[in-house]
Design a protein around this ligand. Structure first.
Ligand code: ADP
Ligand code: MG
Length: 682
């Protein structure tokens, strides 16, 4: 018996080069293989007679070969084999292209099970390239439900099928983690049956049941993980803050807070006064002013003799926040520091000792904050900006540097309530649903290729007026998906043929972290006129001088993503514009984008997007911060999710502390799921 953790190379037919191909699908071990689920099935169970076959509808039938297959060599690289078959109802001609196997193995007078689709014309019926097996052989490609797997270059469905089959034969499936009573109550298949049935279902109904089980299981693990996290915090106490007067802070601000900011600050202050660690998500559209709410929170923490740390995903954001927070807080006598990976060792060291000895009250930093050498004297508040870029584990890691500190996570991705409850089920939520006054809306247009000269002229005009432009492309490089604009190629075209006299800068996700930051920082300083980029510019960088964003092939993006992108312009005093190009002619798609052009309400866009595309695409693949569900789909399977949440909550209540094998296995799986989530971030 093999172990689930064994490498797939122990399987017959999988050597090092095959293994490389499997790696492209993230399959390394037998467990990965067994958890590589089909994306669909082909039902080949029906056995028809030849006369029952319908044109263009593939099906199985049993027929006898009525002659010796004849192969004609048409030209180099093209051999055609023809043979007649018949059953008691009709005859049929079969044609095979370049199929030596068929030519050599089909025997006159022998019966086979064929699978294929007939095509008909006035000359008669014909079938091209059917699959066939001997009736007495075990069903492999006919007379069964065939799983269809997600594939990668060089790996065929047949190879995957065979590998999975082998794996299932030589090792146990992943352990049962769902307690028996839960399975009973929700009509859930046992693990053993589900893992076999998902790969080798006897019927489509069984495949459905298996899928339901696996979806339920994923949601159960996920919800149980969140419940455990919540439970581990329950009963924790912390010092209740006494000094909660924000007046000096507000008086020093150059503007009055919006009603929404006011509300959020009050909610945070209420949390601070409770003597229980805060866990709050601050959600607000781009530009809604989350930073000063965070500053207010930091102000309170410091006034109560605690330190505060703010973690952001990129160096440039860290710098921007450092500057704006210092501006608000330094005049109030609060010491603010910056910690990023690219700082000089000497400076990092000095800053770290200031933190450890309590000389520094607020630090803004990147992942460098998480390093073990970063210590605090008394960390009371952890703030994570652009939360979707961090995994649950990372925020926990920073929090562990204090003793149950308050936690404030901020997200600019408006998330529909249903989804927020799932992703942040362990958090309370404050929403900034109001933009600061005087903010101009960004005029948004959808155009087609015939507008290209006008777009170019418009870019030129903006630059002539001293402004900068973003051009966003859906891909980095040209790929098989022809016709999509690729940032690298498009940047070159713009620079060489359209704007040879302007400065065009390129930015994409495949560039190294520091290169990316340098490109972005350069653009922010005005070092380029046009920034051609992929969606990497999404995250909250402020370039107030940018007044135009052109989004190429806008139909390739989710609406929420478009909204995030559009938020990059309109941050200064000058009128700003967003031009969406699309060559898509699908009326629904165009309708959707046109609706987007008319609205600026991020939450409405998000709801719409969730309905249309589901959460996988919703955040842009890279960056949901959600575990990578393998089977479950948050938009489709909400019903199952509700059940699993209910069941897992009960499970935590009733069995949470017991030490059954299932409970043990479940804990292990929770760990794996959340670790995998970490791996998918950035
Ligand atoms: P985000 O929510 O996207 O992080 P920021 O906190 O960066 O937004 O705020 C965007 C801009 O709006 C900043 O320049 C900030 O100073 C300004 N701002 C924030 N709150 C207000 C307000 N109440 N009145 C006017 N301007 C504000
Ligand atoms: Mg921000």
């Amino acid at each position: 018996m093999a172990k689930l953790s064994d490498p797939i190379t122990i399987l017959k037919g999988i050597g090092p080069s095959r293994a490389k191909q499997f790696e492209n699908l993230n399959i390394f071990t037998l467990q990965d293989l067994i958890c590589h689920f089909p994306r669909g099935y082909e039902d080949r169970t029906k056995l028809l007679t030849i006369s029952q076959l319908e044109v263009d509808t593939p099906a199985c039938f049993k027929a006898m070969v009525m002659g010796t297959p004849r192969t004609s060599h048409i030209r180099k690289g093209l051999d055609i084999t023809k043979v007649q078959v018949a059953d008691h109802t009709a005859r049929l001609s079969l044609t095979f292209f370049n199929n030596k196997y068929a030519a050599e193995s089909l025997r006159y007078g022998q019966e086979y099970i064929f699978y294929g689709a007939v095509s008909g014309d006035f000359i008669g019926y014909n079938m091209t390239n059917p699959i066939f097996e001997l009736p007495e052989s075990a069903p492999v490609t006919t007379r069964r439900i065939l799983p269809i797997y997600p594939l990668t270059a060089g790996l065929s469905n047949a190879v995957l099928m065979k590998a999975v089959q082998q794996a299932l034969a030589i090792c146990d499936v992943p352990e049962e983690i769902l307690p028996e009573p839960v399975r009973q109550e929700y009509g859930i298949l046992p693990a053993q049956r589900a893992y076999y049935a998902i790969h080798q279902p006897q019927s489509m109904a069984e495949a459905e049941l298996a899928k339901k089980r696996l979806i339920f299981e994923e949601f159960f693990v996920f919800s149980a993980g969140l419940s455990l996290m919540r439970a581990s915090r329950n009963g924790k106490t912390t010092m209740a803050y006494k000094n909660l007067d924000l007046k000096p802070f507000l008086a020093a601000l150059p503007f009055a807070p919006t009603g929404a900011q006011q509300r959020a600050m009050e909610e945070i202050i209420r949390d601070f006064s409770k003597g229980v660690p805060m866990n709050r998500l601050l959600q607000g559209d781009v530009g809604s002013g989350k930073t000063i709410v965070a500053a207010a929170a930091a102000y309170c923490a410091v006034n109560n003799h605690k330190q505060a740390a703010m973690m952001v995903p990129t160096e440039i954001l860290a710098e921007q926040h450092y500057q704006s927070l210092s501006r608000f807080l330094s005049p109030l006598g609060i010491s603010v520091g910056l910690l990023t990976g690219s700082m000089k060792e000497k400076d990092k060291k000095a800053l770290r000792s200031d933190l450890a000895e309590g000389r520094l009250q607020l630090v803004i930093g990147t992942h460098a904050l998480l390093s073990t050498s970063t210590e605090f004297l008394d960390l009371g508040l952890v703030i994570a900006d652009e939360q979707h870029r961090f995994g649950v584990g990372q925020r926990a890691k920073l929090a562990a540097k204090g003793t149950d500190p308050h936690l404030l996570v901020m997200s600019a991705t408006p998330i529909p309530r249903t989804l927020a409850l799932i992703m942040y089920g362990d958090l309370d939520i404050s929403i900034l649903n109001e933009l600061p006054p005087g903010r101009q809306s960004v005029d948004t247009f959808l155009v087609n290729e015939s507008y290209r000269p006008r777009i170019n002229a418009f870019i030129r005009k903006q630059v002539a007026e001293g402004h900068q432009c973003f051009v966003v492309c859906p891909a980095v490089e040209e790929n098989e998906d022809l016709g999509i604009k690729a940032a690298s190629v498009w940047a070159e075209t713009l620079q060489k043929t359209v704007f040879p006299d302007l400065r065009v800068q390129l930015l994409h996700g495949q560039m190294k972290g520091l290169e990316k930051e340098a490109a972005m920082a350069d653009f922010a300083r005005g070092g380029a006129d046009i920034l051609v980029a992929t969606t990497v510019i999404e995250v909250g960088v402020d370039v107030p001088n940018a007044t135009l964003m052109v989004i190429e092939d806008a139909d390739r993006f989710g609406l929420s993503q478009l909204h995030q992108l559009r938020g990059r312009v309109g941050r200064g005093s000058a009128k700003s514009f967003c031009i969406l190009t699309s060559q898509n002619r699908n009326p629904e798609t165009l309708q959707r984008i046109k609706a987007f052009c008319k609205t600026t309400d991020g939450f409405r866009i998000a709801e719409e997007d969730l309905k249309l595309r589901g959460p996988g695409d919703f955040f842009g693949q890279r960056q949901s911060g959600l575990p990578a569900f393998r089977v479950a789909d948050l938009s489709m399977d909400l019903q199952t999710l509700k059940q699993a949440q209910e069941a897992s909550a009960q499970w935590i209540d009733r069995f949470g502390t017991t030490d059954t094998p299932e409970a043990h296995a479940l804990r292990k799986r929770i760990g794996e799921l959340f670790r995998r989530a970490e791996g998918t971030i950035n």
